[in-house]
Design a protein around this ligand. Sequence first.
Ligand code: XMP
Length: 332
Amino acid sequence: MNNLRPESMARITTKELADAFIAEQVAEVRRQVGDRRVLLALSGGVDSSVVAALLVKAIGKQLICVHVNHGLMRKGESEAVIDVFGKTLDANLIYIDATDRFLDLLAGVSDPESKRKIIGKEFIEVFADEARKLEGVEFLAQGTIYPDILESVKAAEGKKAVKSHHNVGGLPEDLKFELVEPLRLLFKDEVRVVGEALGLPHAMVYRQPFPGPGLGVRCLGAITRDRLHALREADAILREEFDNCGLAESVWQYFIAIPDIKSVGVKDDSRYEGWPAIIRAVNTRDAMTATIEEIPYAVLHKIVNRITNEVEGINRVLYDLTPKPTGTIEWE
Ligand code: XMP
């Protein structure tokens, strides 16, 4: 299979071009797969969601989607996957709540790279366990897109990565699948146009990037369930307020991180020890460098007010104004 994008290939910028691409890929997938079954790890991110919608259109119930909830998803995300794919699209969806498995393994682990490795390895194990239970599956669909292909070319040339990003690659030896990668020649903006043409919700298709290890690298240091819960709630408030004031459409990535420290505060006239929530909101073209979004003060005040009043355990809100470099986008 040729992995390089032909120079003559037009950028997919309109619904008409997306429809033509979809028709072509539907035919191609049907030709490749025939009446056999295809497995897909459906995270709910843009790429895997668009692959899922495309394959549902091409092969219907021959596609088996597995959604592993590692307990590190943002508020409402797993529910959205179940709603859109399990209900609206009537896809073949297996939902696995592996929260306890992940959080037990992560207990007491504070080193960021160790956390990433545990999450990545366990994700593959949970997915592989499920794959072994299914009979007669010969294909694995992946949301590989063109920048991933370019990234692997760079890796093959020996360029160093700053953080080890995880995806579903690297399944155990006993699981051998032929790959189905219908988005492999597309850039991200084209994937979104194709997703909308397939009828996926705007919020899912234009979702900001979310790291594979999820909230695991934003609940800084050793993860605890109470701090993870506070993080999820505070992050949901930030997202809601960004939606309300229109920033959600324009800011590249925005989230809360919570460090493993407490400070003294006061609530209802008594001493109240709590964590600080750190707001991060950045803009970038390629995530290699990033600048800070200047959030209007009125919006910041509202966010501070809501988080400190509504989220148990948080008594301060900080605003990270550090560009990349010197900070990376994530704190871990
Ligand atoms: P950094 O923190 O390296 O992040 O400036 C750059 C972009 O990559 C995302 N990121 C990850 N994505 N697995 C992922 O899939 C990871 O382990 C990971 N770490 C960082 C980050 O959210 C940002 O968009």
